[in-house]
Design a protein around this ligand. Structure first.
Ligand code: HGY
Ligand code: MN
Ligand code: MN
Length: 416
């Protein structure tokens, strides 16, 4: 019997996912806005909540050595490689509430349906809430999924957050042992595939009038940390020709990112964080730190954009005797989803009566890291106006039900 029929589950299950999304949105570092960064007390509270919901769905839940929360629902053949379903529980600053949480809660909802109907698949299912996909705290992303994929670079343990706390120390403060983070890595032979339901974070599905689509590939991304060091000076006395103004160099650099990335379709560049050291209204800025986030469908296009942006930053510094230091803090290649999973998901979408749409992802996702260890597939869900990384981010309950229906059909298809 198909998992999807009878469809009586749709209303109550989707309503519960929406309710839980709202409950998780209250677990925030800031009142009135959603911010939940890696290894914070709010991350722990979210893990505890999700672990409880996993247990209610008949799963055994555990937190791994990287702070991911993992629930397991045994299969009839429990030695078989598992299907992992999930997404991330961390957020950006003043975030939307669907980005990440939708995929974790939908995975739990599907297992709940199995448990409520006394069903087990032949293969085990694991639902995972990744600990750090956004990379907001330490600047580098996919720390949770790279730990599970066994691709996490231990050198990142020395990365520091804005308050100077190292990733290593933050793990200790969270009650974890940084020297055991390698234990989070899973045996590739034990993981059959990874499936992620995520809001599209773009306008395509809404424009097509389709609730779901299948992701073909995930754009690669490079994150740069830039420090411009000039000389602080008196705003009233230092002549313009004698200044070493780090902020003027930064301003020229920001516009260079916009100009360089504006030249090529699909290439995007963003300066999202910029800080002036010892900022004051009457001081010529001596030191400025900023980040650059560069993405493109193709790795070659991204590499040449990184080179052009780096050169432009050096030039902006040189003409002002400002020293420019540019370092790569994160690099992820463009990742194709597995053709097998694309086919399975397309058929599952069609089986729910929706015309399948293939769509590339401009946003990064844990699936890009999980591709380092298994086949990956992603289902995109329409979101209002394509808005994301914004508190106005929203998906409808009916579309959440459509997304869950596709996952259930994928579970069925993988039984074969
Ligand atoms: O930045 C991204 O693409 C994702 O939201 N982490
Ligand atoms: Mn996300
Ligand atoms: Mn995001």
């Amino acid at each position: 019997m198909s998992l999807v029929e009878p469809q009586t589950w749709r209303e109550p299950v989707a309503a519960e996912v929406m309710r839980r999304i709202d409950v998780l949105a209250e677990v925030s570092e800031t009142t009135g806005a959603l911010t939940r960064r890696y290894l914070t007390p709010e991350h722990r509270r979210a893990n505890d909540l999700v672990a409880r919901w996993m247990a209610e769905a008949g799963m055994t839940a555990r937190q791994d050595q990287a702070g991911n929360i993992v629930g397991r629902y045994d299969g009839i053949d429990d030695a078989a490689p598992c299907l992992m379903i999930g997404s991330h529980l961390d957020t950006v600053v003043n975030a939307g509430r669907f980005d990440g949480m939708l995929g974790v809660l939908s995975g739990i909802a599907c297992v709940q349906i199995l448990a409520d109907t006394g069903r087990r698949m032949r293969y085990p299912i694991e639902v995972v809430g990744f600990a750090d996909e956004e990379g907001v705290r330490f600047g580098t992303t996919y720390l949770g999924s790279q730990a599970i994929a066994g691709t996490l670079d231990p050198a990142k343990l020395s990365y520091r957050d804005a308050g100077g706390v190292s990733f290593r120390q933050a793990l200790i403060d969270f009650g974890l042992d940084p020297d055991r983070i390698g234990e989070a890595a899973r045996d590739r032979a034990k993981v059959r595939a990874f499936l992620e339901l995520h809001i599209e974070q773009g306008p395509v599905l809404e424009a097509l009038g389709r609730p779901v689509g299948v992701v073909t590939a995930i754009n690669g991304q490079t994150r740069l940390a830039v420090t411009l060091s000039g000389e602080a000076g008196h705003a009233g006395t230092v002549p313009m020709s004698m200044r070493r103004d780090a902020m003027a160099a930064a301003a020229e650099s920001v516009l260079a990112v916009e100009t360089i990335c504006g030249r090529q379709d699909g290439l995007v560049g963003t300066v999202g964080v910029l800080e002036i050291a010892d900022a004051a209204i009457n001081v010529v800025p001596g030191k400025v730190d900023f980040t650059v986030d560069l993405r493109a469908p193709g790795d070659a296009a991204r590499a040449s954009a990184v080179a052009a942006v780096t050169q432009a930053i050096q030039n902006a510094g040189q003409k002002r005797q400002v020293e420019a230091r540019v370092s790569v803090i994160h690099e992820a290649a463009s990742t194709a989803c597995s053709q097998k999973m694309i086919t399975v998901i397309e058929k599952a979408i069609a089986a729910t009566g929706i015309t399948p749409t293939q769509i590339p992802s401009g946003a990064g996702h844990d699936a890009a890291a999980m591709a380092g260890m298994c086949d990956v597939g992603m289902i995109f869900l329409r979101c209002d106006g394509g808005i994301s990384h914004n508190p106005a981010e929203r998906a409808s309950q009916a579309d959440v039900a459509a997304g869950i229906a596709v996952i259930l059909r994928v579970l069925d298809a993988l039984e074969a």
